[in-house]
Structure formats: C-alpha cells, structure tokens
Design a protein around this ligand. Structure first.
Ligand SMILES: Cc1cc2nc3c(=O)[nH]c(=O)nc-3n(C[C@H](O)[C@H](O)[C@H](O)COP(=O)(O)OP(=O)(O)OC[C@H]3O[C@@H](n4cnc5c(N)ncnc54)[C@H](O)[C@@H]3O)c2cc1C
Length: 478
C-alpha cells in the first residue's frame, strides 16, 4: 500500500526556513518546497560577494547555548568551522573601550571626575532602583547607573532603533542583556578566568565562523536540503495565502518572469514578516487585526561595504561606534573573521552599519553617496583617510530588526492570537515571530515547529526542543 506524502511549503530560505526544511525531510513521507523571495539563500545571514571580497550583513558569528544547535552546526560544517576569540571594542570620545565593559578598562579611559560621577550614579541606582522598569533606559539604568547608560548604551541603541531609549520596551534589554549588570562585569573582570565556562554570553569570547562567511554555511544547508529531495525556488515571493478560516489551503508566489505560481500543500511554515503575512491573507482578517499588523515596525539596515587600501585597520572583529558625531553604528572587520574573504591580502574589507527606516531620506541616498559618507566618517574617526577607500558596494535590508517599541507586545499578541486559528500554519524565525532572535534561536523555533507537526503526525509523543538552561547574557550581534 502506498502512503500518500504530505506536502509542506516553507516561506523563506533563511536560517529558520532551511532548518525546518532539513528537519522535515528527516520525517518519512514529507515533501518540502521552500519559496524564497530573493535570488540568494541565507536571508539576513547570507554573505554577499563583491569582486572577490565577501561581506555578511553585519558579520554573523555562530554562538549558542543549545547542544541541539551546536550538533546541527557541526554535522553541517565541522570541516570548515573555525573557533575565534572575540575581540570587540567601543569607540567613544576618541577612546577605545573593551566590550563587554571591563571596569578597569573603563576607569582608564574616563577622566577622574567622570569615574566618580559614574560610581555615584551606579550606587544611586542600586540604592534607589526604578521600580517596575518599563523601558530599555529604566532597565539598563538599574543595572549600570545613569552615567554609564548615557555613555555606553544610549547612543548606539538609539542609532539602531531610531527611537529614544525611553520609548523602547524593557523586553529588549531583558531578552538581549538578561541579568548582566555592572556587578557581574566586575566579578568576571577579576575572577573570570576561573568561571568562564558558566559566564553569561556577554563574557564568553569564543565563537565559530566558516572561512567563506556565514552565508557559506547556509548555502551548504541548502545543498543538503536539495540532496535530501527538497526543492528551493528562488525569486518566489509569497504574495497571498489562501485560507478557509481554519487551514491555509495554498500560497501564491510571484516568479522572476513577472508571473504567478500557486502552491497547494498540507502544511505551511512561515518566516516572512508577520505584517506582510497578515496583509497577504486571502480573505483578509478583520480591520482590528490589520491595524495591529500595520503598527508593527521594522528597522532597516544599510551596510556600506568598503575595500581599504591597507592590510590592517583595526584589530577588532566588531567596533561599536558610540560617537554621536557620526551616523555609523558599527564596523565589521571581515579580515579578522577570515582572510579567505579578502581578495587581496594588502587590503581590508570593512562593513559599516547604518540604520534607517525605509521612509527616511537617508535610506534613499545613492550607493555612491553612502560610500562617500562612509569614507568621510572613517576619516573623522581617525581610522583611515577617506582616500584609502578604493572601492565599495552597498546592501540595503529593509526588515533587519523587528522593532520593540512600547506597544509592540500587544500588537504581536493580537496578530498571533488571530493566526492561531490556522491549524496548519507554523510561525518561525526572527520576523516570522517578530522576535529579536539570533540564528540559533531562529533555528530552535524551526525545530520546535517541526516537532509540533511530528506530534500531529504521531511521530513523537513528546519531544520538546529546549535550550539548555539559558545562561544570562547578550551577544555582540546587532
Ligand atoms: C546586522 C545583523 C547582525 C546579526 N548578527 C548575528 C550574529 O552575529 N549571530 C547570529 O546568530 N545572528 C545574528 N543576526 C541575526 C540573524 O540574522 C537572524 O537571527 C537570522 O537570520 C533569522 O533567520 P530567519 O530565517 O528567521 O530570518 P531571515 O534571515 O530574515 O530569513 C527570512 C527569509 O525569508 C524571505 N522572505 C521574506 N518574505 C518572503 C516572502 N513573502 N516570500 C518568500 N520569501 C520571503 C527573506 O528574503 C529571507 O531570505 C544578525 C542580524 C543582523 C540584522
């Protein structure tokens, strides 16, 4: 007797979509089709090549607390997965401060007067903490004091989000920075060498990276997926999800030739932004849900990827730029991730990160204008002369960050509550769940979604995908 295969459609070939595809193909009798809007694999974690120089969209380091994810990574790429000791600093007031903050290094970089102010504001925050911290500003001030917040958190965060820190939800700090505080920073500064194994992620300084960029990992995952029998259709942006009120019936995707293709399936896994998903539903939901979806915001990222006529510029993997006088927020130094990503070893490949909403004038600047701004700002920071910039290219990513403004929670809850009615729709990943996730957590959400399906298929009784007890901390990714 032949068993009829289940058809699964996955929207998006980023880390979550590819993980789900591979995990689904491990189940017998499931066919997988991945529909990807772009003409490349990897989503935000892709690597772009320009004349032999390779740039991630902000260098993507591989770090996780999850044994399941680490096993997955090693199974995919043990032969080309290299450990790095992270070196990251903050550029502030013409001084370089180590990141994560190290008390002694901070003291050395600040004036005596500034140190006293910082200590006093920290003591004050510990004695009189803000009760029920609601915003990012409240949350950090409670842990570091208002002076250190102003110097080391406010400017960069506001550059990234484009909204004031007292308008950003405390959820973001709670999710990203967890319990990390100045007292912990001091503890690990003095005793870290003995306790590093259990240190928060902020303190952990080893990560993995493939020699040809984060995207090469996901290109390999895509090859594995097709080898296992799955299909990936590039240039297929999903525009409509047809439903009958209880189940998704089919999706309609545009193709590269301007036509449309309809894909029927039994199960649908989505990593497309929640806002776009709601707008694509056919029929549309009630006005209330549409309004909630419209209220979700996304921050765009412009990476200005430069070739510098010097073999070294900075020793860092990432340099956070807290100077208010320049617009850039962070510099990724591709040479320090892998020299294989640099066509000419006499050159340095720098990726400058600029954040903007897509309706801002800055977003609309031409590539040439952006490269010029990048070169001028590097000179302003005294890192290189503008004339040392010999080439460059620009990548714009419109939905790089799901914004956590103060009301995002209620909008996401309304949208997710509505989508629950579709028993064959699984939401995964970063924009797919409006969660500020890194690759590992996006992958875990995909593994979880596949497990949910397995349960309905009776493949497993109960096999939750769980992070090992998550340690406290934040990663140095944007
Ligand atoms: C600057 C920056 C630095 C980062 N650094 C790190 C890091 O160092 N380490 C780390 O682990 N993580 C890092 N991240 C986070 C990481 O990029 C994400 O966690 C991860 O890419 C999320 O995977 P995803 O599959 O959920 O989403 P995405 O990577 O966004 O993939 C979603 C895919 O869906 C496609 N898509 C969207 N809409 C449609 C549609 N309608 N139809 C078809 N396809 C569609 C998109 O084109 C995309 O390919 C960083 C992110 C940024 C922005």
């Amino acid at each position: 007797m032949s068993i009829q295969k289940k058809q699964a459609v996955i929207i998006g070939a980023g880390p979550a979509g590819l993980t789900a595809g591979i995990e689904l193909l491990k189940i017998e009798h499931v066919d997988v089709t991945v529909l990807e809007r772009d003409n490349v694999i990897g989503g935000l974690a892709r690597t772009n090549e320009y004349k032999g120089y390779r740039y991630d969209i902000g260098p993507h380091h591989f770090i996780t607390d999850s044994d399941a994810v680490m096993a997955w990574w090693l199974d995919m790429m043990a032969d080309d997965f290299h450990p790095h000791k992270r070196y990251t600093r903050i550029h502030y007031k013409n001084h370089f401060f180590n990141y994560p903050l190290e008390p002694l290094n901070v003291i050395m970089g600040l004036s005596f007067f500034e140190c006293i102010r910082s200590v006093l504001s920290y003591v004050r925050a510990r004695i009189f903490p803000i009760k029920k911290p609601k915003t990012f500003q409240d949350w950090i001030t409670n842990r570091f004091g208002s002076r250190l917040f102003d110097m080391f958190f406010k400017t960069y965060t506001e550059k990234v989000w484009g909204i004031a820190c007292d308008k950003i939800s405390a959820d973001w700090a709670a999710q990203r920075i967890k319990g990390f505080s100045l007292s912990q920073a001091m503890f690990y500064a003095f005793f870290g060498r003995w306790f590093k194994k259990n240190a928060p992620r902020t303190i952990q300084d080893t990560f993995y990276y493939p020699s040809l960029g984060a995207g090469s990992f996901w290109e390999r995952a895509a090859k594995r997926l097709t080898k296992m029998g799955g299909t990936i259709q590039l240039n297929h942006g999903v525009q409509k999800l047809e439903h009958d009120g209880a189940r998704i019936v089919a999706v309609i995707a545009s193709d590269a030739k301007g036509g449309q293709e309809r894909f029927e399936a039994d199960e649908f896994f989505s990593t497309m932004p929640l806002q776009a998903l709601i707008h694509a539903l056919d029929p549309l939901p009630s006005e209330e849900i549409i309004v909630a979806a419209k209220a979700l915001q996304y921050r765009g990222l412009i990476t200005v990827n430069l070739v510098i006529n010097k073999d070294t510029v900075i020793p860092d993997h990432w340099l956070y730029v807290h100077e208010k006088s320049v617009r850039m927020g962070r510099i990724g130094n591709m040479n320090n991730f892998s020299l294989k990503m640099v066509a000419d070893q006499n050159h340095t490949a720098l990726s400058l990160e600029y954040f903007a909403f897509v309706n801002e004038p800055f977003w609309k600047l031409s590539d040439a204008e952006l490269i010029k701004i990048g070169a001028q700002e590097l000179e302003q920071l005294k890192l290189v002369k503008a004339s040392d910039v010999i080439d460059g290219m620009v990548v714009k990513t419109s939905e790089a960050y799901p914004v956590y403004d103060q009301n995002y929670h209620q909008h996401v809850a309304a949208v997710l509550g509505y989508l629950k009615q579709f028993s064959n729709l699984y939401l995964m990943g970063r924009n797919g769940m409006h969660r500020y996730n890194n690759m590992d957590v996006a992958m875990l959400s995909a593994m979880h979604a596949v497990n949910e399906l397995k349960k309905t298929l009776g493949e497993i009784k109960k096999q939750p995908v769980r992070m090992k007890q998550r340690r406290k901390g934040v990663q140095p990714s944007a």
